[in-house]
Ligand binder design. Structure first.
Ligand SMILES: C[S@@+](CC[C@H](N)C(=O)[O-])C[C@H]1O[C@@H](n2cnc3c(N)ncnc32)[C@H](O)[C@@H]1O
Length: 196
């Protein structure tokens, strides 16, 4: 199992507590506003304890959350008994082309290096319907690996929006970009659109 997943799994209650101190309602409102489809099909990568599933489910019945940390997903299932969740490493996911209108990643794919992220973005492109939207949020910085020694060597990578566009090889159009300060660090949120 991926070492990051082991870490999230072994401290699931603590991570759930930490994730619940924040919310993504503003971003969820924005992506649903931009999507313009009734009851869109939404895939959330890194749904963790289901904090955002709750908000997304207020806006669509078609939600699928994926996370590789079983114990976080157990909490998500208790909190959202009617939602669909899959326990999987993102790298093992298989969906038919044109399966979703929206793919959301709040601070999960930043655990991937450039090679893995490039492959993931290319899958996301395939899985999205024409005109579909991919929202990604991550820590902002010049590309580098960051190892958190206090949290059992959990690994993250810093990215900038231009890196994500490069990795997507021009397939997506950038329709929203925001760089903000959060928890004393810089973060970015982008929304990429698949062509119609
Ligand atoms: C920093 S947390 C973010 C959780 C939530 N989206 C939020 O914004 O609070 C990263 C999440 O991604 C999941 N994750 C990390 N790497 C993963 C992988 N390779 N496959 C599946 N899930 C992964 C972790 O289990 C964790 O729930």
């Amino acid at each position: 199992m991926d070492n990051n997943l082991k870490i999230y799994n072994s401290d699931a209650s603590l991570y759930a507590f930490k994730f619940n101190k924040f919310n993504r309602i503003k971003d969820i409102v924005k992506i649903f506003f931009l999507c313009k489809i009734d009851n869109p099909k939404v895939l959330e990568l890194g749904c963790a304890n289901g904090r955002d599933a709750k908000e997304i489910l207020k806006r669509t019945d078609n939600y699928l959350g994926v996370d590789g940390a079983e114990k976080l997903l157990d909490i998500a299932k208790i909190e959202n008994p009617n939602a669909n969740f899959i326990l999987s490493d993102f790298r093992d996911l298989k969906f038919d082309p044109n399966s979703f209108d929206i793919v959301i990643d709040f601070d999960s794919l930043f655990h991937f290096d450039k090679d893995d992220l490039k492959e993931m973005i290319s899958h996301i492109y395939e899985w999205l319907n024409p005109g579909g939207l991919f929202m990604m949020d991550a820590k902002f910085g010049a590309y580098q690996k960051v190892v958190n020694h206090e949290q059992s060597d959990k690994i993250q990578y810093l990215y900038q929006p231009k890196d994500i566009l490069e990795l997507s090889e021009g397939k997506f159009e950038l329709i929203h970009e925001e760089i903000i300060d959060r928890f004393d660090k810089k973060w970015f949120t982008i929304i990429l659109k698949k062509d119609n």
